[in-house]
Design a protein around this ligand. Structure first.
Ligand SMILES: Nc1nc2c(ncn2[C@@H]2O[C@H](COP(=O)(O)O)[C@@H](O)[C@H]2O)c(=O)[nH]1
Ligand SMILES: [Mn+2]
Ligand SMILES: [Mn+2]
Length: 500
């Protein structure tokens, strides 16, 4: 039985799938494919896959089935979607987006994922690549020792129960009030770094116990902190609104809600597995456990999910503070002087109550983005004032050896994908397979030869995260750019990476 996203990926196999997948989908345009109603019984809407012809050939049939499975859920709007970085996940595909009517629809933890509010933030600096390269080994060592990483790693903070509650309720706002950052940081986070409605009473003792010592930790594997530089600008005007220019050094942080989010998901999946039977909702896969959106069970999960989402924003905020301290130590200047402002912070595993136009009418929907980034357009009130003329920044990591991208949201995303775009490159190889295929030490040496310093808790982590376990970030990003659901602004390349 699959118990988490990580074990789901172990089932990933791309052997002999090309022909099979092509027979399952109908081409709508260069980068859009439909999974017709009837692919499996009881689909209420079609599926829609956003991939190029080439990326389609790497998609497992199981991912297509997962997109179709989601299309059977009550209250689903328009179509069940997957982004070009899509791959197999727990119930819903990673890269999946689905919007459910706020009254007639459902809420499902599988549509959010185990790492609730896993997300990415990008910090600008005013340092140039040439100033950082000579110091990159020392800087990466400092970041690696200053920011706890690895499975089950413990924080330098000894959070009290009250502080944990504050993190659950106030997210990044609490962290800033506690001294981890500046007020401007929260203004540059999706949802201003916390969502209303969180209720710590819906969080179990076990989830609290797991979350308490991990507030201020990076986590393991796919989570990372990366020093990068801007090597290409695609849109000069938007780049300058985002404060980006060629040669500039940036820091990307990718992590989520650690054991707290995982336990909250696990606990509520149990409750919703029972609820789905009580409410007589027919689901084609038990991993799609869900309940009517307005039911007690769904709302209890949602309130707990908000706690985890807020915890994740607090977590990334604390890590930002220690990142600034590390730069201060290495460069002997304070973070202000180094221009270390937060460009933006995006969630890519979350469900949100949003207003969207469906069939010409504005309606409230629970948008589930599971391995997908919000990509709101210019003029949207939820885009920070400084970016409102151009659209929200969309942060797409690649791998420790390939480019990452900064894009901006667009009106087309509101028309096509409920204001969503991809969230990364997306895995194509399981961790178990990667450990057989690659040696961590030689991957590390190859990267060092290309000027990329890597620090990880164990060489096996580097093997599991080798650049080749991921799709081409450039190919993935080109799909969303060509579709117009997010537009390329800048490309960044890695200089120093810390991994759990
Ligand atoms: N720039 C880097 N990107 C990385 C690294 N490790 C993983 N990744 C990318 O992040 C996404 C995140 O996806 P998730 O589903 O694990 O949240 C992943 O798809 C990769 O493209 C890295 O070290 N540096
Ligand atoms: Mn993530
Ligand atoms: Mn994560």
């Amino acid at each position: 039985m699959v118990e988490s996203e990580d074990t789901a990926i172990e089932e990933l196999s791309t052997e002999n799938v090309q022909k099979e997948v092509k027979g399952m989908v109908r081409k709508l345009s260069e980068n859009e494919w439909e999974i017709p109603v009837g692919h499996i019984p009881n689909m209420r809407v079609p599926g829609r896959l956003f991939v190029s012809q080439n990326l389609l050939e790497g998609i497992e049939p199981g991912t297509i089935d997962q997109i179709a499975n989601v299309a059977t859920l009550p209250g689903i709007q328009k179509y069940s979607m997957a982004m070009p970085d899509a791959h197999l996940g727990y119930g819903f595909a990673i890269g999946g987006v689905a919007a459910f009517d706020a009254e007639e629809g459902i809420i499902s933890p599988g549509g959010v994922g185990f790492d609730i509010n896993c997300g990415v933030r990008l910090i600008r600096t005013n340092l140039q690549k040439e100033e950082v390269v000579p110091n990159i080994k020392r800087l990466t060592d400092e970041l690696f020792s200053n920011i706890p990483a690895g499975v089950g790693s413990k924080s330098r903070i000894r959070a009290s129960d009250q502080e944990l509650d504050s993190a659950f309720l106030e997210g990044a706002n609490w962290a800033v009030e506690a001294g981890y950052g500046v007020e401007a940081d929260v203004k540059h986070c999706e949802a201003n770094g916390s969502m209303e409605g969180a209720d710590p009473a819906q969080v179990s003792t076990k989830a609290r116990k797991r979350g308490k010592p991990q507030l201020g930790t990076l986590g393991s594997g796919n989570h990372f902190l990366e020093v990068q530089y801007v090597d290409k600008i695609y849109d000069q005007e938007i780049a300058s609104t985002f404060g980006l220019q060629e040669g500039q050094v940036t820091v990307m942080i990718h992590c989520g809600s650690r054991g707290a989010g995982h336990q909250i998901c696990t606990d509520h999946l149990k409750e919703l597995s029972q609820a789905v039977k009580n409410y007589k909702i027919e689901i084609p896969d038990k991993q799609l456990a869900c309940a009517p959106a307005q039911s007690r069970e769904a709302q209890n999960y949602f309130k707990a999910m908000l706690c985890a989402a807020n915890y994740a924003w607090a977590n990334r905020q604390i890590i930002t503070h220690w990142t600034r301290e590390s730069f201060e130590k290495i460069f002997g200047r304070d973070a202000d002087d180094l221009g270390m402002d937060l460009l933006y912070d995006v969630a890519h595993n979350v469900a949100k109550l949003e207003k969207h136009i469906v069939d010409g009418k504005k309606k409230e929907v629970y948008v589930h983005r599971k391995g997908a980034t919000r990509a709101f357009p210019p003029g949207h009130p939820e885009v920070p004032a400084v970016y409102r003329d151009v659209g929200q920044p969309v942060l797409i990591p690649g791998s420790m050896g390939t480019p990452s991208y900064i894009l901006c949201g667009s009106e087309e995303a509101m028309n096509v994908s409920f204001g969503s775009a991809c969230h990364g490159a997306g895995r194509v190889m399981s961790r178990a397979h990667a450990k057989k295929e690659f040696r961590g030490q030689s991957i590390k040496e190859n990267l060092e030869a290309r000027g990329i310093t890597v620090r990880a808790t164990h060489p096996s982590v580097i093997a599991e995260e080798a650049p080749d376990v991921y799709k081409s970030s450039s190919e993935v990003v080109n799909v969303v750019h060509e579709l117009g659901i997010a537009r390329k602004v800048a490309r960044v390349l890695p200089l120093g990476v810390t991994k759990g």
